[in-house]
Design a protein. Sequence first.
Length: 256
Amino acid sequence: MNSEDRARMRSSAAAGMDSAAARRLFALLEQHSPGPAEHDYSAEARKLFATLGEGDSASYHDMDALWRDPTTGGIIFVGNESAARGPLSYFKAADITHVVNATDDLPNFCDGGVKYMRFHAAHHMRHSGDSRSLLDFVTPLFRFVDEALSAGNNVLVHCLAGAHRAGTTGCLLLMWKEALSAADATALAQQRRPVINPIGTLPQLLARFEALRRTSSAWDGWEREARAAFEARVAASVLGEAEDARLEQVMTTDVL
């Protein structure tokens, strides 16, 4: 239904029903109205691949470590389709037990061997602007990731290039785990995986999540957890230099 059709229905409805019934109908019409046009993120990924093919791609890896749990050692990786293809033996070797498929157009390549969740960050536009709806959108992702990390296992978040959809999801996870602003989380994510680039409507998701600082008590709990994680990292700094160097290598180099 286009905007003209909806306008005609509003006029007809307003003429033939009471105001309360008209408001209910208008709300229903808005609920089923198309939102802002979504980017073709796979097309954007292919443009990125073309750019990498023309220049220096030495810093582009199939996947990179974004965050390490200081208590369990579980790692959040962000990667591309090549990383997502596995095979399953690779996932087992890398202790990846959970995979977040951040697309709606790539299959779950190793379904049955690892746990999968689909989380398309751009779909936040389909949820209303209130904080409860946003929490309902992101909380299953957080629970899924924590299921792996709490057991000391690793998570791969992927899309086609590991830049836009998965990259934004990685930024979101950094905001959650470190209680960071959108800008700080994006900057940190880009240090660890330079191709990460929230585009289209994706920055709006990060901005909406950051706004939860002011509107949701859930943020207080995440901030306490982030502070505890920081203190755990400080305590862990008593490890020998060799162990520190090994952990740093895991966090900054391609594991493939």
